[in-house]
Structure formats: C-alpha cells, structure tokens
Design a protein around this ligand. Sequence first.
Ligand code: MG
Length: 258
Amino acid sequence: MRIARFSIDGNVAFGAVEGEAPDGLVLDIIKGIPYADFELSGTKVPLSKVRLLPPVLPNKVVAFGRNYAQHAAELGNEVPDVPFAFLKPTTSVIGSGDAIAYPSFSNELHHEAELAVVIGRMCREVPRERVKDVIFGYTCANDVTARDVQKREKQWARAKGFDTSCPLGPWVETDLDPSDLTIQATVNGEQRQLGRTSEMIHSIEDLIVNISEAMTLLPGDVILTGTPAGVGPLNVGDEVAVTIEGIGTLTNKVIKRG
Ligand code: MG
C-alpha cells in the first residue's frame, strides 16, 4: 500500500494512494494514524486536488554516510568498516513539490538520492532477525548537502541540517522488497545519479541494528541509507528528482532563501 500525507482545504490527513498515474490517482482517506491498525474511510479525493506533505512527521531523521563504495571514492573518502550515523533535524523535512531553499552560507549545494526507511513501531536494541518487524515502509529522500560547509566544519549539523535539506516523499510504500531497487537522481531532467540498493555496503538490517543500539526509534522515524555515486551541484532554479523503483518520484525545486 502507498500511504501519503496531504492537506486539502486546510485539513491534514493520511490517505492510501489508489488508481493509475498520472491522472487517475486518488487518495482514500485513512481513519486514524497509519502506524496502528487503521481503516480506509472510503472517502476519496483526487491526488491532483491535494497538496502532498512530507509522508511522515519524524521525531528524528537518522542518516548514514558513505554506504556506497563508488560514492565514498568520488569524494576521496575511505569506506568505513562500521556504519556511521548523523542526525538531520525535523525542521529539515519537506515534502515532494516543496522548495529547497539555498542556504546563505553555502556556495556548493549537492543532491544525494537515498532510500529512506520509515519505522513503524517503538523499538530499541533491535535484533537482526526482528528488523523487518519494525519497518513500516520506504520512501525517497534527498540528503541535500552544503558540500563546502561539510568540508570545512567538523560536525555536519549546518551542512546537512539546514531548513529544507531533507525532502521526503512522495509517499510511503509499505509492500516492497528493498534489497535490489534502482535509485536515481535527475536535475532538470538530466540523469546525475544511478545505482542499485544492492550496492549498499551495510544492509538496512545492519543500519537499524547499529542505530537502535544507541537510541530508541519511534513510529515515523526515518533512516537514510546513503547515496550512490554521481552527487553533484544544485543551483537556484534547478528541479531535482529522486526516483526509486517501486516507490515513485520525489521532486523539488531549488529557490533562493527568502
Ligand atoms: Mg547522504
């Protein structure tokens, strides 16, 4: 099932995406929240009539770095033996169709297409064999990075945590085998990144075991799993799209920060 979060006439709701793209998509409005048992209301609205919102409101976004060998190499970095994580704040999260605001303190903004895992239940110290039980679904992410700031500041809080630096969407796909999916990024329709999730160095199981040793994960929390090779610049006016096989396309335009 594909679950979107949206607003219509000032009301916010979750809905199950049904029908065929591009014109036939409708949202069947969900009663309650999708992480618990929920019912479909049967009330349907055309997707074209709503504004998509970030598909989840995470308590935290945990992002893993250097999880594809070719990407680590393109930036001159070693592949780490163990996963390493950083946090992106909730204020960095935007949805598909929202604008990425170019930060004033950077001159080198990069896209990073990533598979995002959405957590479905509160958990900590998750054993490897239980990881699948704590996953709600998957969505597309863009770990937008001020690369120049990342290079000159030891911690990445500003480089990867500025407002609008975490586009997520367009919806969460709950029925998906994530082990070998095409993941790509285009800028203004031109392909920049292309990889497969099977190229990850540390698996989704590894990443969730690793982070849940340290912190409790809550329903709606998001884990970014690293980016394949081909990262590159974003400029004001560009439209960046992240597409993952079996999920859909996350599209955002870059604007000057007002
Ligand atoms: Mg990244």
